[in-house]
Design a binder for this molecule. Structure first.
Ligand code: RIB
Ligand code: CA
Length: 308
């Protein structure tokens, strides 16, 4: 039976790639997508989820809910320099999308936690604001959740916003502190792991050429900006932060895990601390097996029209 996923996200180019791969993964079903402010505003993140749904048309379609517009206790800092002003590479030809009346994220997170309990995996791909608000509303319900897999942190490696802080933790350290203190079954996927998950542009191009069509063309277009910026930063390709988190939600054996106790510093630093572990941290990953899995799932061949 496929594991129900609730994906909390701030798309974001890598979030978009993560969602597309998740929607083509038979081990899981993305039943809910909740949006959070992070890479872009929560309004833009929600529009981007709707754009991706219109592009990919996953079956079943997830319930979409809009989440926190701001971090718990500080001004929102976005990542539009990397993801573009619209969060998806600033393409000028996205079809207009209707959103209709959207549910609120936190009640939906709690509803699923109460109803699905150990069956549910929550995958957090942005700042942990929605999770922290859900914990504040009903901590007991959140402790029922089978796994929380969160992309975030920099444990034994430098950060990507400050020398010691990774973006998702930097944007909302108060939320991260609450999540780490809640006693959840928390699997953290930090930069220590994600920086091993580098996708060469040629690798993406080769994989997409096997499934040429509108989806492949759109993936190429919106990911171009991320390749340019990551290459300029010295990487050999695009760093697949959020796709790795989704892959580890599907198959934890792709990584070696270390049980650690982390504390959150004032600017989102994730530092090792004394005491009982409060999470598992992904360390060494099987990069080749992850990239094969990701590229096999990212872009299914276009559906052929029935021959007349
Ligand atoms: O630091 C990388 C993380 O911050 C990723 O989730 C990326 O999408 C941004 O949200
Ligand atoms: Ca993200």
């Amino acid at each position: 039976m496929a594991t129900p996923l609730l994906v909390d996200t701030d798309p974001g180019i890598d979030d978009a790639l993560a969602l597309l791969a998740a929607w083509n993964s038979p081990e899981v079903v993305v039943e809910v997508v909740t949006t959070v402010a992070g890479n872009v505003t929560v309004e833009q993140a929600t529009t981007n989820v709707c754009r991706l749904l219109a592009l990919r048309k996953p079956d079943p379609a997830p319930v979409v809910a809009i989440g926190a517009p701001d971090p718990l206790a500080r001004q929102l800092v976005t990542a539009t320099r990397y993801h573009g002003a619209d969060g998806l590479g600033d393409l000028d030809d996205w079809p207009a999308v209707g959103r209709g009346e959207l549910a609120a994220a936190v009640p939906l997170i709690l509803d699923r936690a109460r109803r699905q309990q150990r069956l549910l995996t929550i995958v957090a791909l942005g700042p942990m604001t929605n999770l922290a608000l859900a914990l504040k509303a009903d901590p007991a319900a959140m402790k029922f959740v089978g796994r929380v897999v969160a992309m975030g942190g920099a444990v034994d490696v430098p950060g990507n916003v400050t020398p010691a802080a990774e973006f998702n933790m930097y944007v909302d350290p108060e939320a991260a502190h609450r999540v780490l203190a809640a006693g959840l079954s928390l699997d953290l996927v930090p930069l220590d792991a994600t920086r091993q998950a580098v996708l060469p542009r040629a690798g993406l191009k080769k994989a997409l050429s096997r499934a040429a069509g509108p989806l492949a063309a759109r993936i190429t277009a919106f990911s171009d900006r991320a390749f340019r910026i990551d290459h300029a930063g010295g990487a050999q390709g695009m760093v697949l932060h959020d796709p790795l988190a989704v892959a580890l939600a599907i198959d934890p054996t792709l990584a070696q895990w270390e049980a650690v106790r982390l504390e959150i510093g004032p600017e989102g630093e994730t530092r090792r601390a004394r005491g009982d572990p409060n999470c598992r941290v992904a360390k060494a990953i099987d990069t080749a097996r992850f990239l094969r899995m990701f590229l096999d799932r990212l872009c299914p061949p276009p559906r052929r029209r029935a021959s007349s």
